[in-house]
Design a binder for this molecule. Structure first.
Ligand code: SF4
Length: 66
């Protein structure tokens, strides 16, 4: 699984960091997403996909490789 975030689209809503704090954080400067782990373990797949769905700006994309 590979995760990509687009800080140009991110509106700083923070749903991702609340949903999977191991993978997403927010910038202390402007609140935009900070990707902590671009290739999270398979055990986090459901949570990462939930964060992708919850993101209001479509800034998160998840590529499944299995
Ligand atoms: S949920 Fe989306 S808009 Fe909100 S901080 Fe995360 S990437 Fe940005």
């Amino acid at each position: 699984m590979k995760v990509h975030t687009d800080t140009q689209r991110c509106v700083g809503a923070g749903m991702c960091a609340l949903t999977v704090p191991e993978v997403f954080d927010q910038s202390e400067e402007d609140g935009t997403v900070v990707l902590l782990d671009a290739e999270p373990p398979a055990g986090q797949r459901a949570a990462v996909q939930r964060a992708e769905r919850l993101c209001p700006s479509g800034a998160i994309s998840v590529l499944l490789d299995d």
